[in-house]
Design a protein around this ligand. Structure first.
Ligand code: 5GP
Length: 191
């Protein structure tokens, strides 16, 4: 099977990684396609099935685990499962494109371990935990309880930054976008 590269973006929720990933997807010369994850969580706002996520029932998600259909999966929050289907990566590689992931820290590191040479694992670092709280509140998509849960998890995730290939600081968004573009460009250009 034709294989391409794997670009992993992992970070605490609210660190701005989704904005960075979306920006990179617009850069046609990078030849990237987004890996749509599967999840058992409820659809939020204007999210679209098969575009933002494959929204699966908890039962369907669990049968995919049993059938070894996932490259990696994680119970990111209780009863909220997330995972990368093997078929998703194969679908993108078949098109001759590189895969870009927006996934949690453990999932990102698992992909790096499975494909050490082909993967560039980037950790996006928010300015501070306080700033992270502000960003999550501004998003207005989650309850106060869910925000606290995400903030608690973020503190633990920050400690894993040194395990990634690169730590990308996201203090000034414009700068982070430019740095991300250079990093990915250099990685996909090397054979
Ligand atoms: P959200 O609910 O905000 O869309 O995502 C919650 C967390 O799950 C984020 O940190 C996101 O990166 C992570 N996530 C999304 N897709 C996957 C996946 O396929 N695998 C893993 N391990 N985490 C994922």
């Amino acid at each position: 099977m034709a294989t391409g590269k794997l670009i992993v973006f992992s970070a605490p929720s609210g660190s701005g990684k989704t904005t960075i990933v979306k920006h990179l997807l617009q850069q046609e010369q990078l030849n990237l396609e987004f890996s749509v994850s599967a999840t058992s969580r409820d659809k939020r706002g204007d999210e679209v099935h098969e575009k933002d996520y494959y929204f699966l029932s908890l039962d369907d998600f669990k049968s995919n685990i049993k059938n070894d259909a996932f490259l990696e999966w994680e119970e990111v929050y209780r009863d909220n499962f997330y995972g990368t289907l093997k078929s998703e990566v194969e679908r993108i590689w078949k098109k001759g494109k590189h895969v870009i992931f927006d996934i949690d820290v453990s999932g990102g590191l698992r992909i790096k371990r499975k494909f050490p040479e082909q993967t560039l694992a980037i950790f996006v670092k928010p300015p501070s935990i306080d700033e992270l709280k502000i960003r999550l509140k501004k998003r207005k998509t989650e309850t106060a309880e869910k925000i606290s849960m995400r903030v608690a998890k973020a503190s633990a995730e920050l400690a894993t930054a040194p395990l990634f290939d690169v730590v990308l600081e996201n203090n000034i968004l414009e700068q982070a976008l430019e740095n991300a573009e250079t990093l990915v460009h250099d990685f996909v250009s090397t054979t």
